[in-house]
Design a protein around this ligand. Sequence first.
Ligand code: NDP
Ligand code: GDR
Length: 370
Amino acid sequence: MPKRALITGITGQDGAYLAEFLLGKGYEVHGIKRRASMFNTARIDHLYQDPHEKQRNFFLHHGDMTDACSLIRIVQAVQPDEIYNLAAQSHVGVSFEEPEYTANADGLGTLRLLEAMRILKMEDRTRFYQASTSELYGLVREVPQRESTPFYPRSPYAVAKLYAYWICVNYREAYGMYACNGILFNHESPRRGETFVTRKITRALARIALGLEKCLYLGNLSALRDWGHARDYVEMQWLMLQQQQASDFVIATGMQYSVRDFINIAARELGILLQWEGEGLTETATVLMSPAYERVRPGQVIVRVDPRYFRPTEVETLLGDPTKARDKLGWTPRTTFEELVREMIASDLKEAQRDALVEENGYEVYAYKE
Ligand code: NDP
Ligand code: GDR
């Protein structure tokens, strides 16, 4: 019998990579997707299997982290060996605007899943992974941050994830459940949501290069992050559930860059050289040269600061220490920062080229040419 995994948040960045990874390992994969007024499965459409096929190993179920009934029903129907709880309102900035919903989905949602396992008497046979986050460290007390570093959350998102972290530890201690927290630092990919800063940058720079947009507006350019590749990090999520004993792990690269660094490297990938001027609200990046893209002119300002993207309380710096993961799980990240940026730029350039073609020729001509 193949092992059976249930992934919440399967339609998200990590969910899509994890589903691919587990299918590659021979798992039967079940995912929870929520109802939306438009299709929300673009990241996993390539894994879709026709429900009429007899030999299937990939299944989707409708459910929601705010709806205990749906979670109990799905856990009961699937009887998973492993549950990966990746579903969350995962945008830190948005959590200041939707704090109650964020607490409900990210904090109580985790409790609902753990309780579903208990109600169904699956606490002895099902292993549980919780998507914890470096945002728990918030106002950092120690550099670099490791498993023992004290938490100081700085957003409604991080506070909700703090509850999820501790309820996971508590259920492990109270009921002997195999439940782990992966304290993952930022991880990105071409599948990253378009409103997170890395993807916002690679997408906008690619579109600016092709003349589809003029300028990118951002918030805090000095924020420092430890950025890895999502494809590398989902492997860790699986490894954590294959150990003798459940434990919590920091997953990070141990390298740190600023948002400004990310912009410079992404622009360089396009052959665009930038000059930075001003500071704070007046800081700008101006094009010095752009030999490959004629629509980008030297002297053009392509990055400006817009305070609407500032957060009421900011996490200025995060840097992880992945020593425990390396020593106990034998894991090191494979993708370098430069490779990550290159892959994201290449992917967004392709999308921008398609959009430019549509804009130049009109949709119908494009469709006809196809
Ligand atoms: P995404 O935002 O890409 O994906 C979130 C997923 O959760 C989506 O599938 C989304 O569905 C789903 N979801 C949101 N709300 C609900 C709900 N109420 N009920 C059911 N499903 C819901 O996040 P990532 O893939 O980047 O991250 C995965 C997890 O890891 C998240 O919990 C995140 O907080 C955490 N994390 C992420 C890090 C990162 O750098 N990426 C770092 C550390 C932790 P839909 O597609 O319909 O929106
Ligand atoms: P983060 O990621 O908050 O670290 O949370 P995000 O990419 O949103 O921000 C990183 C840093 O960039 C600054 N920033 C901007 N951010 C966004 N989104 N948009 C902007 O225009 C912008 N300008 C500057 C931010 O202020 C911040 O300092 C991510 C999410 O995936 C969480 O779910 C996860 O838990 C953490 O990473 C680890």
